[in-house]
Design a protein around this ligand. Sequence first.
Ligand SMILES: C[S@@+](CC[C@H](N)C(=O)[O-])C[C@H]1O[C@@H](n2cnc3c(N)ncnc32)[C@H](O)[C@@H]1O
Length: 296
Amino acid sequence: MEILGNERHKIFHGDALEVLRTEIMDNSVDLIFADPPYNIGKNFIGHKDKWSTEDDYLNWCYKWLDLCIQKLKSNGSFYVMTATQFMPFFDIYLRKRIKILSRIAWYYDSSGVQAKKYYGSMYEPILFCVKDTDNYTFNTDAILVEAKTGAKRKLIDYRKAIPTVYNSEKVPGNVWEFARVRYRMDEYENHPTQKPIALLERIIKASSKEGDVVMDPFSGTFTTCFVAKELARNTIGIELQNEYVKIGLRRMQLANEFNGEKLHKEIRTFETEKLATAYNLKLFEEPNGKYFHSKH
Ligand SMILES: C[S@@+](CC[C@H](N)C(=O)[O-])C[C@H]1O[C@@H](n2cnc3c(N)ncnc32)[C@H](O)[C@@H]1O
């Protein structure tokens, strides 16, 4: 295990269970966002996201779920994700230990190939939990969205003692539509399950304040810590894989190099092509990708 970053933005390069057990104080974190491997066979740089049995996966999850609750302050908030088929187990486990306030569906349209003989999955579930329903941060004004019905049609609410126009803004409901991160988007990083900035913005703005501590035990591309830093929160990120820690250090501008290696964002194929055209360079296909070879 290795500790990187600085006092306000810590990156733990290691196993989440070990770091949570040994490095993070109990009752010290204001907001936790946990987006673990889903046990669906994604490839995290050769590390297969697949346990021998579902019970093995769930028993592993129960350990870090307990630790997250332990690390959360008494007025803290906990958001947790997993695959749709495992979320019912998380829900049943967590409701005895913490208060689940919202069961959120992050919905997205998918441009990929759709299931033909069953209904394809178009959402991922998120649980929003708090330790104390009488004392937790929820910054309503920071996350208001446009109210699409009454106000837009300029309707008057006659149920009120003094009839008034409908509010033009409201707190979002529990179905959230955000585009998935695609290859051509600016925020794209080379990771199979990167979460969108917009999703984390809503969560962090709603459930923390400037100066609070935001923790993500399975950081991946460090979306949570990146957004939290932009929003002047302190951050703790934990990640097992070297390659993803490098993304975190660069994305959060915590280092320009790591173990002597310069950190830079991977150039995508379409960017290589654009550059080649701009500089009149010839492209050659190599097994490890495209690169510039010589002038035309
Ligand atoms: C679903 S991804 C998180 C993606 C992240 N939310 C993002 O926006 O990029 C899960 C991450 O957990 C990491 N991981 C898997 N097992 C871990 C463990 N035991 N401790 C710490 N990180 C782990 C994987 O390498 C992967 O990057």
